[in-house]
Design a protein around this ligand. Structure first.
Ligand code: DP6
Length: 353
């Protein structure tokens, strides 16, 4: 027999960024981070997993194409083996055991995953991908956590940012490090998706080309060479975390927006401080920053806040009451954005966080 389950996970956008690993083996960060999980329906990965003792090896298909050698990939292995260690016996409706806990380890796993958005364009597709993989495996193996957040520690070993995509709303990744096995480096929901329904995310896909420096490689060079990154991890982030979590809970957009922009800017400054420097933003990204500051200055308060990950695409946070205005402002400067927004879901997406 073959057992099969499907699950999906949305991507998330960090407002305080993860950049730099403390431990490469466990994939743990040098500082805490926090993100907004986007709406399920708009940007997500959908993953189907199947288990059978007649499969010869573990295999993975991404958007329909097989990834050769996936069975030996460290990130993929960590997720399969990590969730399988928490497996429970599978029973039918009458309580008869179909697969024992040990039985799962005699089976090979086939995984097929689809993205609804451009891969590796700096839109954290790996976050949604590994979160969906862990979610689907959890259903397949009937996995039970031994402590709250344990599944996020497994997703984190797939991709760091993935640990923040297993929950909706505002989700913090606590860096951990008190425990030798890093089991305290896990994600925790700060506020659920119903807490602040007025907050909106507008995604501007400036380019859907694959980024030229992967996050993993980029952050490794930054840790080796950037003194600004060291300063940031040691003295800046913990205060920002406290303030932004309070701001989100109090629905204080002024503070939330100001810190989101400042932290995006500091992350890109650490990229510039990396030697040789890494440039993720382009001229369009920079002009979006200028427009947003001019707009907020005109309004006399923060109505929109930008943030950029490891790529040129902007994510703008705003509130329901300004969403149309922010859209119109962007269309004024970038009419092609609107056209593509209507015609091509890969270019511009307006979504509700
Ligand atoms: C800039 O989670 O992709 O998006 O752990 O090496 O897979 P790995 O890195 P990844 O890095 C994301 C970096 C970021 C900031 C963030 O999402 O916090």
């Amino acid at each position: 027999p073959m057992y099969m389950e499907t699950s999906s996970a949305p991507t998330n956008i960090a407002t305080i960024k993860y950049w730099g690993k403390a431990d490469a083996k466990w994939n743990t960060p040098i500082n805490d981070s926090v993100s907004v999980t986007l709406n399920q329906d708009d940007l997500k990965a959908v993953t189907t997993v199947a288990a059978s003792s007649s499969f010869e090896k573990d295999r993975l298909w991404l958007n329909g194409e097989e990834e050769e050698g996936a069975a030996a990939n460290k990130r993929f292995r960590a997720c399969i083996d990590g969730v399988r260690a928490l497996a429970t016996a599978k029973k039918d409706a009458d309580g008869k055991v179909l697969v024992t806990k040990e039985g799962w380890s005699r089976m090979k796993i086939h995984v097929s995953s689809y993205n609804t958005f451009p891969t590796a364009a700096g839109l954290a597709s790996s976050a949604a991908g590994y979160a969906a993989l862990v979610a689907a495996l959890t259903l397949l193996f009937g996995a039970k956590e031994e402590f709250p957040g344990q599944l996020t520690t497994i997703a984190r070993q797939g991709s760091g940012s993935a640990c923040r995509s297993l929950d909706g709303g505002f989700v913090a990744w606590r860096k951990g490090g008190e425990k030798a096995d890093w089991s305290d480096s896990l994600a925790e929901q700060v506020a659920n998706e119903k807490h602040w329904p007025e907050i909106r995310a507008v995604i501007m896909v400036v380019s859907d080309a694959k980024k030229d420096t992967s996050s993993t490689a980029g952050m490794s060079t930054s840790v080796e060479t950037s003194l600004l990154l060291k300063h940031r991890a040691e003295t800046v982030v913990s205060k920002r975390m406290e303030t932004i979590e309070k701001a989100f809970l109090a629905k204080d957009f002024e503070t939330f927006g100001q810190l989101t922009m400042a932290d995006s800017n500091q992350f890109h400054a650490t990229c510039m401080d990396t030697y040789p420097p890494i440039f993720y933003m382009n001229d369009i990204s920079n002009s979006i920053i200028r427009i947003i500051h001019a707009y907020n200055k005109w309004a006399g308060k923060i109505r929109a806040a930008y943030t950029f990950d490891a790529g040129p695409n902007a994510v703008l946070f705003t509130l329901d009451e300004y969403a149309v205005e922010v859209g119109a402002l962007m269309l004024h400067y970038y009419p092609e954005f609107g056209e593509n927004y209507v015609n091509n879901p890969d270019f511009g997406m307006k979504i509700k966080a």
